[in-house]
Design a protein around this ligand. Structure first.
Ligand SMILES: Cc1ncc(COP(=O)(O)O)c(C=O)c1O
Length: 393
């Protein structure tokens, strides 16, 4: 097996089968023609494998799925039109009326919204758990628990989960087996392999680092053998499929994922260290820093860090927060992350959790370290903190 960097360069493409052209072609397809009735019937029987109809996948989507599944040690992968669509497809594939599911309290808030509204309306009982529960998850498992949904690190607050400890308890539970899903977007397929840690499914908002340029929406569901058919069929039944040009942007992004991530990681740590020195910053939340409460898990289960982290500010008035954020020249104010550009986003985690408390003296601010010169980024933040101080604490 070649190393991940080599795989990123070569996975999912075969120039010899494509006139020697380096990149796979971008297939725009709905109808697929069959030469005979026999061929049509044979392919219909085997329609979840291979080219059958545009919505079932094309050689372009299969190329991305193949590359990412191999990178992450999966049996197969399924593309989705967004990260959230990947999450909802996976959840719908493994839940039905009467089921109970466990979801970490620091999960991405639209995932929570989907569970609370769509799944709950369909008769699924949704229970939120402490993202740091580890093996204590056993106390919450029920015979009818069908899914354990993790996100490590969690959105905004960056708690890590002990996936091997959780998986050991979940595998031993009485009743039907539960499927363990991990939103692995923060680490990307390169820096964490949840299937090797005991999960069944690893989900990516490929919109973030895999695409990497803030110009496409894309999701990926990487599956072990036991979950693959259910996920493939769920995607087809729901009618979700990613657009060919977005899939191609995912394939293109994959080639440079490693070099981009190394820079996001490095710059993120430099910014985090600088921010830790500001008197208004009461806490820096970055899993790769030794002061993070789950740093030991990060060291054990991850091979790198991306550029997304958070700080907690002292109790400052809103005009002071606005003074910090509004005048930034290089950090954009906006949702999402994983692109080449730096971003900043004030948020209130207390509004999007229900099972655990969020205690902080002031606002949380999430930062994404982009690919700009890190000295310039510090200069931008320095000017922002100077503005904050003129407004006063
Ligand atoms: C952790 C996480 N998962 C999933 C998503 C959803 O991805 P998308 O925006 O592609 O639907 C996001 C988006 O911000 C995210 O941060």
């Amino acid at each position: 097996m070649t190393k991940p960097d080599t795989h990123l360069a070569h996975g999912g493409r075969d120039p010899a089968a494509n006139h020697g052209i380096v990149n796979p072609p971008v297939y725009h397809a709905s109808t697929v023609l069959f030469p005979t009735l026999d061929a049509l019937e044979a392919r219909t029987r085997d329609r979840f494998r291979g080219v059958y109809y545009g919505r079932f996948g094309t050689p372009t989507s299969f190329a991305l799925e193949h590359a990412v599944a191999e990178l992450e040690g999966g049996h197969g992968a399924v593309t989705a039109p967004s990260g959230l669509a990947a999450i909802t497809t996976a959840l719908l594939g493994f839940t039905g009326a009467g089921d109970h599911i466990l979801v970490t309290d620091s999960v991405y808030s639209p995932t929570r919204d989907f569970c609370d509204h769509m799944l709950a309306r369909n008769g699924v009982t949704v229970e939120y758990i402490d993202p740091r529960c580890g093996a204590a998850i056993g106390d919450r498992l029920r015979p009818e628990t069908s899914v354990v949904f993790l996100e490590s690190p969690g959105s905004l607050t960056f708690e890590l989960q002990d996936v091997p400890a959780i998986a050991a308890v979940v595998r031993a539970k009485p009743g039907r087996p539960a499927t363990i899903m991990v939103d692995n977007t923060w680490a990307s397929p390169l820096y964490c392999r949840p299937l090797a840690l005991g999960a069944d499914i690893s989900i990516h908002a490929a919109t973030k680092y895999i695409v990497g340029h803030s110009d496409a929406m894309l999701g990926l569901i990487v599956c072990n053998e036991a979950s693959y058919d259910t996920i493939r069929r769920a995607a087809v039944r729901l009618g979700t499929c990613a657009g060919p040009d977005d899939v191609w942007l995912g394939l293109r992004g994959l080639r440079t994922l490693s070099v981009r991530l190394a820079r996001h990681w490095q710059s993120g740590l430099v910014l985090a260290e600088w921010l830790a020195g500001q008197p208004e910053v009461v806490r820096v939340i970055h899993p790769a820093r030794p002061d993070h409460p789950d740093h030991a898990l990060w060291q054990r289960d991850f091979t790198g860090a991306s550029g997304l982290f958070a700080i907690v500010l002292d109790a400052i008035p809103r005009p002071a927060l606005a003074a910090l954020v509004d005048g930034l020249r290089l950090f954009g104010i906006g949702y999402s992350w994983g692109g080449f550009e730096s971003l900043i986003l004030p948020a209130d985690p207390a509004k999007v959790r229900s099972a655990t408390d969020w205690q902080a003296p002031g606002p949380l601010v999430r930062l994404h370290a982009g690919l700009e010169d890190v000295g310039d980024l510090i200069g931008d933040l320095e000017a922002g903190f100077a503005r904050l101080r003129t407004v006063g604490r």
